[in-house]
Design a protein around this ligand. Structure first.
Ligand code: AMP
Ligand code: MG
Length: 318
């Protein structure tokens, strides 16, 4: 397992999970993978099983990390891969599907723009010319997965890989006989069992906006409050609109998607954040998914029947 250095960066919770008091006491172990804190909470009797999930995270990082030298994605981006491993192929295939359905609002070739904006280190926005330059290298239509050809493009799976990892962790814990688990990869939450989930107030991230109940599902939030810098009173965040090359500015403050698949919830929350409130309609193409959107004005928009299905409780009243 990797050493955990906490908290050098302040990690903003996007989803908070409350273990039900009727359950046995749980214990939590943490690691640092995918540039985020990975928390695994299990029944006390199962806690030793967390170690193997961290080993799995390491293996997945060796596939999906864009920055780790020698990872499969790193080699793919450097033209050194001629055929994809099944795992990378699965994620790229799904990313392509979401790119097409969202008409490029989700775009895994966004790397030149995420590098340019680099909100973790930047303090001043890039120039229009720099944005135009980076934008010219972006576009999912320029690449092909079969036959494999990503020449002149760079793939960034930051909007989907944590979800895939959460799914794989859940799968391995289930195989290990675990019956209760909370897997949290920096706000990508996936569950075995039933829990209450708190959705962060995007305007005041130390508070909760709403609570929902979820069983054996994943919830993933994309929000403009997660990674950002301020310049001249304006917030510049990490979710980019590949059509403009700038931070998505579609009138939403946060998007939480619920699905049995965390990969699906992850990619779709990013896509809807870029598309804006009308983007919720793309969920029609993904059966079993639901969403809760918080607009920049503080209004809540949900898929039909959300309130009853997830026992929605609003904690902040406008
Ligand atoms: P998320 O926090 O899951 O919404 O994903 C944001 C991360 O995905 C960013 O840090 C980038 O690495 C990447 N990203 C940013 N904008 C997009 C986009 N429009 N489509 C796909 N990935 C994106
Ligand atoms: Mg995402």
């Amino acid at each position: 397992m990797k050493k955990v250095f906490l908290p050098v960066i302040v990690f903003i919770l996007t989803l908070t999970v409350f273990a039900s008091c009727t359950k046995q006491p749980m214990e939590t172990k943490q690691g640092f993978f995918f540039d985020t804190v990975v928390s695994i909470s299990l029944d006390k009797k199962d806690i030793d099983k967390a170690e193997s999930t961290f080993a799995l995270c390491g293996e997945l990082e060796d596939i999906f990390s864009r920055t780790k030298e020698g990872s499969e994605l790193y080699r793919l981006n450097n033209g050194e891969v001629s055929s994809l491993s099944p795992k990378l192929s699965e994620v790229l295939g799904f990313a392509m599907n979401v790119s097409e359905i969202s008409d490029g609002a989700f775009d895994m070739t966004v790397a030149p723009l995420s590098d340019l904006w680099n909100v973790k280190e930047r303090t001043v926005p890039p120039t229009e010319e720099e944005i135009r330059d980076a934008l010219s290298g972006v576009g999912y239509k320029k690449i092909s997965l079969s036959p494999l050809n990503i020449q002149n493009s760079t793939i960034d799976l930051g909007g989907i890989a944590k979800g895939y990892a959460a799914d794989k962790i859940i799968e391995s814990l289930k195989k290990d006989g675990v019956e209760n688990a909370i897997v949290d990869l920096g706000g990508n939450v996936a569950l075995i069992g039933e829990y209450s989930i708190g959705i962060t107030d995007p305007f005041n991230p130390q508070n909760l906006y709403a609570k929902i109940k979820l069983k054996d599902k994943s919830a993933v939030t994309s929000g403009s409050y997660q990674r950002y810098f301020y310049y001249d009173g304006k917030r510049y965040h990490h979710i980019i609109d590949p059509r403009t090359g700038k931070c998505a500015d579609s009138g939403l403050a946060s998007v939480t998607v619920i699905s049995e698949s965390s990969m699906e919830a992850d990619a779709l929350s990013t896509a809807i954040f870029v598309l804006g409130k009308d983007g919720i309609s793309i969920l029609d193409k993904f059966p079993g998914t639901d969403a809760l959107l918080i607009t920049s004005d503080g209004d809540i928009i949900t898929t039909d029947g959300f309130e009853d299905k997830y026992s929605l409780e609003l904690l902040i009243l406008n």
